[in-house]
Design a protein around this ligand. Structure first.
Ligand SMILES: [Fe+2]
Length: 273
């Protein structure tokens, strides 16, 4: 993983080929667009190596997180169910980045995404009173069994448009499968086959999309990075936080107000003040 010292200058994106107006028009008409040559290939290669190494470790099995809570720790999880099989890293912006380069590139691409979607540049990075915000994620679909069922992302009134950076390439790292989208004309489109290293996909997440089982090629599987917008939950209502709390801490916290009451009674009746 890269550190703040070695990421800095290298972690940049090129906007020479970036035309927000054209991309926006394509998203409105078709539901997707590919911006060419945005992230320098050496950075994509470095990120791919970092994440393939990370996902080769022993990864905890747990369901995909759909509602993170404010203050949640970063996590890397593996989930296999009847609707998906994937590894996913959750890099929440209030924590130190899991990988500095990924965080840096992710935020820059998220700002480009905001530009395409006509949102304010820092929208999603700054969490407002409705707790709408983003986190940076990489997802890894391992060869031969990685997939994600067709679905539409839930959204409120704002544009639920994603950017997506692929770090492994179709017809090289894997031969078959990958991201598909049913575009606004109802045509199923193989998005991954349109992408070259360093290109960035933009698509409307409210259109039906999914990842078909990834197989073949060099057998590396499919690795992607994007930001996920969501409404963060409050910690006290989230079961994952409760799971992390030890019984000792839980009972100590519950007993504290009682203790305070007793001590307060003692002090006032004992005339300490
Ligand atoms: Fe989705």
């Amino acid at each position: 993983m890269s550190t703040p010292d070695d990421a800095g200058a290298a972690a940049d994106v090129s906007i020479d080929n970036f035309n927000a107006t054209k991309l926006r028009e394509a998203l409105i008409t078709d539901g997707f667009a590919v911006a060419k040559a945005i992230v320098p290939e050496p950075i994509v290669d470095a990120m791919r190596d970092t994440w393939l190494r990370a996902y080769a470790d022993n990864i905890k099995q747990a369901p995909v997180i759909w509602g993170p809570f404010l203050g949640e720790a970063n996590r890397i999880l593996f989930h296999r169910s009847d609707s998906c099989c994937m590894y996913r890293a959750y890099d929440f912006l209030w924590n130190r980045p899991i990988d500095v380069t990924t965080r840096s590139i992710g935020l820059k691409l998220h700002r480009l995404r905001n530009c395409v979607a006509e949102s304010q540049s820092l929208d999603g990075e700054l969490i407002r009173e409705d707790r709408y915000g983003i986190y940076i994620t990489t997802s890894y679909y391992p060869p031969n069994y990685g997939w994600l069922a067709e679905h539409r992302d839930h959204a409120d009134g704002r544009r639920h448009w994603h950017f997506m950076l692929l770090m492994t390439m179709k017809k090289k790292s894997y031969e078959d499968g990958g991201l598909f989208l049913i575009n606004r004309s109802g045509t199923k489109t193989d998005i991954d086959s349109l992408v070259r290293p360093g290109d960035v996909i933009f698509f409307d997440g409210t259109l039906p999309h999914g990842v078909e089982p990834v197989s073949g090629g060099a057998g590396l599987g499919r690795l992607q990075m994007f930001s996920i917008p969501t409404f963060m939950e409050t910690p006290q209502k989230n079961d994952r936080l409760l799971e992390d709390i030890t019984f000792k801490r839980f009972f100590r916290a519950k007993l504290r107000p009682i203790k305070r009451k007793l001590i307060g009674f003692k002090r006032s009746s004992g005339g300490i003040y």
